[in-house]
Design a protein around this ligand. Structure first.
Ligand SMILES: [Zn+2]
Length: 277
């Protein structure tokens, strides 16, 4: 091991020693400041690097799984930890998948993706796969079924609740990627609409990446919200923000995307008839 090319170091700069790890024999050289290096043999050095890499991989995987376990996704889904490549998508699903990829690469030019389509066509699954990819890249992700929002907030009023209503809303406003699942299926009371508005408005202002799935068309969503919220102004502003911020895609239908975009452009919330006092 003693270098025969070295002409600057004298023989006294070299010594036999023991590897700190395995105790095997090593050749050490004295460096500036009086340090004798290396302290471990070549074999152990390689093992240490491998061990370190493995620990890093395990640490990253642990953090990734923690992100998924806090995401609100069902356990059986995040256990698979599947990304957008994991399924054999139909051509139509594949076009949504491609939109979600462009969304992930920040290429859509809009912070929201709204996927419209009937139940059971894979809207939520596609979104969860996208969320899994975001989590793998180190982002926190959250899924909230719109029909559960009212209940979740009401639960926060209980004395033993860990989170206040404000904290729940704030978390949904701030999480790096949010999925609002089944929007339009909630019982649209003023209470729920206001909560949804607080979340969507907060994300709209920050242009925060948001996925929305719905069985309703934008028009139906608007009608529902205006009718049942009892607050036309809030409902109107909610829909305006959604249309302005969303890349709209239709799953399971012919070329509905254009129709949706046109519908969105033309959309005006109709005035609500108010009864005379
Ligand atoms: Zn060793």
């Amino acid at each position: 091991m003693i270098s025969t090319e070295s002409t600057t170091s004298s023989v006294s700069d070299l010594r036999e020693s023991e590897c700190l790890d395995c105790g095997g024999s090593i050749e050490q050289r004295k460096h500036e400041g009086g340090f004798w290096l290396p302290r471990i043999c070549v074999t152990c050095d390689a093992t240490v690097i491998e061990r370190f890499k493995l620990q890093e991989t395990e640490r990253a995987r642990g953090a990734f799984l923690r992100r998924l376990s806090c995401s609100g996704m069902p356990v059986d889904f995040f256990d698979g930890a599947r990304g957008l490549d994991a399924f054999a998508w139909t051509p139509e699903q594949a076009s949504v998948r491609d939109a979600l990829r462009r969304f992930g690469a920040n290429e859509l030019g809009k912070p929201f993706v709204m996927i419209e389509g009937p139940a059971g066509v894979g809207k939520t699954t596609l979104c969860r796969c996208a969320m899994t990819e975001w989590a793998r890249k180190g982002h926190n992700v959250r899924e909230i079924p719109a029909p559960d929002l009212g209940l979740i907030i009401r639960d926060s009023y209980k004395r033993d609740s860990d989170l206040s209503e404000r904290e729940i809303i704030e978390d949904l406003r701030r999480v790096p990627l949010l999925l609002i699942d089944d929007f339009g299926a909630e019982r649209a009371t003023t209470f729920v609409t206001n909560a949804l508005f607080a979340v969507i408005d907060g994300r709209y202002r920050r242009k925060a990446p948001t996925l929305i799935t719905t069985n309703c068309s934008v028009r139906e969503l608007a009608d529902r919200l205006v009718e049942s919220s009892g607050d036309q102004l809030v409902a109107e502003r909610l829909i305006d923000r959604l249309i302005e911020s969303s890349h709209l895609v239709r799953l399971n239908g012919k070329s509905h995307r254009l129709r949706l975009a046109k519908q969105a452009q033309r959309w005006r919330v109709p005035p609500v008839e108010t009864a005379a006092p």
